[in-house]
Structure formats: C-alpha cells, structure tokens
Design a protein around this ligand. Sequence first.
Ligand SMILES: NC(=O)C1=CN([C@@H]2O[C@H](COP(=O)(O)OP(=O)(O)OC[C@H]3O[C@@H](n4cnc5c(N)ncnc54)[C@H](OP(=O)(O)O)[C@@H]3O)[C@@H](O)[C@H]2O)C=CC1
Ligand SMILES: O=C(O)C1=N[C@H](C(=O)O)C[C@H](O)C1
Length: 263
Amino acid sequence: MINAAVTGASGRMGKLLLENIIEMDGIQLSAAFDLVNIGKDVGEVAQLGKLDVEVSDVADMATVLKESKTDVVIDFTIAAATVVNAPIVADAGVDLVIGTTGFSPEQRSIIEDAINRNNTTGIISPNYSMGVNVFFKILQETAKYLSDYDIEVIEAHHNQKKDAPSGTAMRAAEVISETLGGKDFVYGREGLAPREKEIGIHAVRGGDIVGDHTVLFAGGSERIEVKHQAHSRNAFASGAVKSAIWIANAEPGIYTMDDILGF
Ligand SMILES: NC(=O)C1=CN([C@@H]2O[C@H](COP(=O)(O)OP(=O)(O)OC[C@H]3O[C@@H](n4cnc5c(N)ncnc54)[C@H](OP(=O)(O)O)[C@@H]3O)[C@@H](O)[C@H]2O)C=CC1
Ligand SMILES: O=C(O)C1=N[C@H](C(=O)O)C[C@H](O)C1
C-alpha cells in the first residue's frame, strides 16, 4: 500500500486528489498539508466525511512525512510554495508528483536538483489528463505537416487561476517549437506588432472554465484548429493519483506523462 500526502489539501485540486486517493486501490492518505485549518480532520475540511488524517502545517513537513511513513507527496499549490516544499520532500527521501504550474526555469531547476541529489523519483507535469497528453502528440504531427503555417496557442481558464499563460499552453508551444527546431514565443499582441514566424500565446480568464486549449495552424487559404477541453478537474486528479502509484515502482529519476501513459 502506497502512503500519499497532499499539499494544498483545501484547494480546488486538493479536494479532488483526496477523493481519488480514497477511491483508488493500492494507495491511501497518510498526511495533508495546508496553510489553513491546521489540526482539523482533512476529510471534514474537504466535506468528504472523517478521514482520521489531520491537516498539518507546512512548517512541520519533514517531521510529519517521517512519522506518517509517507511514500509520495502530490503537490498542486503555487510555484512559490512548491519550490520551497519540494526540496523538503525530496530531502526526506519521499517521491513527488507535481501538478503546480507557472515555474520559472530557475524554480524548475531547484526542484529537479533536489530530486536528483536525493536519488528519489518525481514527475512534474502541467497536465495529468490523458486527453491533453494525446493532444501534445497530435500537435507534434500537425506541426510536421504545417511547419510554414502561422501557429497561435489560445487557452481559457476560470477567473480564479493565478498563473498565465497556463502550464499546458506553454508545454504545447514548447512541443511545437521542439518539433520545428526552435521557435520564438510572443505573449499577446498590442500596438504595432507585425507577425513574424513566432508562436503566439494568448490567455483568456473567465467564469468557471475548467481548462480549454486550442492551437491554430493558419495558412493562406485555410486553417486547422486542434482543441482540447476539460469537462471536469477529475481528468487531472485521477491522472495524478495514478502517476503516484506508477512512480512507486519506478527507478529513481524524473519522469514525464509519456512514461506513465506508455507513449
Ligand atoms: N498539472 C495539472 O494537471 C493541473 C495543474 N493545476 C495547477 O495546480 C495548481 C493549483 O490549482 P488549484 O487547485 O486550482 O488552486 P487553488 O488555489 O484552489 O489551490 C491551491 C492550494 O494550495 C494552497 N497553498 C498555497 N501555498 C501553500 C503552501 N506553501 N503549502 C501548502 N499549500 C499551499 C492554497 O492555500 P490558500 O488558498 O490559502 O492560498 C490552496 O489551498 C495551479 O498551479 C494550477 O495551475 C491545476 C489543475 C490541473
Ligand atoms: O489552474 C488550472 O485550473 C489548470 N491548470 C493547468 C495549467 O496551467 O495548464 C492545467 C489545467 O488546464 C487546469
């Protein structure tokens, strides 16, 4: 049985991660961390009924991970928190499933260095849904055929999302850029901004949109739009908990969703 802890347990993703851990075979909840509701039963906080796991203060993370015999921490919080918490987790010899987005290259290096120096296992993915990871493959193929078309990435999310553009939109642009041997990115356009051959990246925020990503390949007299729409955050939460089960039996290292999905 794998012991899993959740950080940001009372967040939108945190609650769904708890639900998936409870429902999935082979994994159980060992600890939960948050900034609020410290000492309360996390199941009651998340309105899932009593789970006999209390919300712990992030300041006590190293001790709590040890005492609870946690094998893996699933982190969907905010980049500034993950970059502090992930090294504590890795230094405790515990594996990591990171869903947080919005890392700078420097923050990402700090996290990867912590996993590598401790010889632990981790996965850092901007999107744990099966569909989005297939969407990335379709983008690679489409870019090969339409390499000289104008390419624009457009994402839309709910009005509470803190980071922009989304991690998924950034990864979509990277996947296309890698396929085409390197492309510049431009974020939105305003004023005198004639189009060059760069990839445009655009963020829309409104209402309760779970997560839409569209990539437009536009030519002289036609266009193709490749689109993914998430209907529920469960697409992400179930993928993350399945990843936590998968990495428990993996060799130390940093994995991608391609490894987990067998692509
Ligand atoms: N990879 C994927 O598949 C997906 C990734 N995401 C990403 O996951 C992240 C979280 O999204 P979402 O759940 O919507 O956001 P929420 O704001 O709903 O949840 C984040 C939670 O983390 C808490 N938190 C903040 N700082 C810390 C800290 N230092 N230690 C522990 N907890 C902390 C927040 O507390 P408080 O509210 O008090 O600040 C909040 O409860 C985002 O980066 C988002 O982009 C989201 C969906 C899918
Ligand atoms: O914050 C969200 O909600 C989401 N964030 C992820 C991202 O930034 O790509 C994934 C998903 O689109 C939902």
